[in-house]
Design a protein around this ligand. Structure first.
Ligand SMILES: [Zn+2]
Length: 110
């Protein structure tokens, strides 16, 4: 795999990781839900759940990014974890954290 491509992917992954870390940290410092308000309790529950779902997705995404950076270090970046073939460069450019090639992804997609 082209080292320039790997460098580009690493940069993209690192900046995405940074963005997610900031977002998750802000979430802790400034929770979207204000506790103790008497009004609109039902709405607050919904928004709290939505916030948790969003956080869950961000955390999951962060895990995927960490894993991809780990694969760069290990030298296995860009290989499909299902069939072992090289993942298409266009796919890695769009989704540097992709773990499978487009064929396997299409097969395993729910
Ligand atoms: Zn594959």
């Amino acid at each position: 795999m082209d080292p320039k491509m790997i460098d580009g992917a690493r940069l993209a992954l690192e900046s995405e990781r940074e963005r997610l870390r900031v977002e998750l940290a802000e979430e802790v410092e400034h929770p979207r839900v204000s506790h103790g308000a008497q009004t609109a309790a039902a709405t607050e529950v919904t928004e709290s759940q939505r916030g948790q779902q969003l956080r869950g997705r961000e955390q999951q995404h962060l895990v995927q990014i960490e894993a991809a950076l780990g694969r760069i270090e290990a030298g296995t970046f860009g290989r499909c974890q299902t069939c072992g073939k090289a993942i298409a460069p266009e796919r890695l450019e769009a989704l540097p954290w992709a773990i499978d090639c487009i064929d396997c992804h299409a097969r395993t997609r729910r």
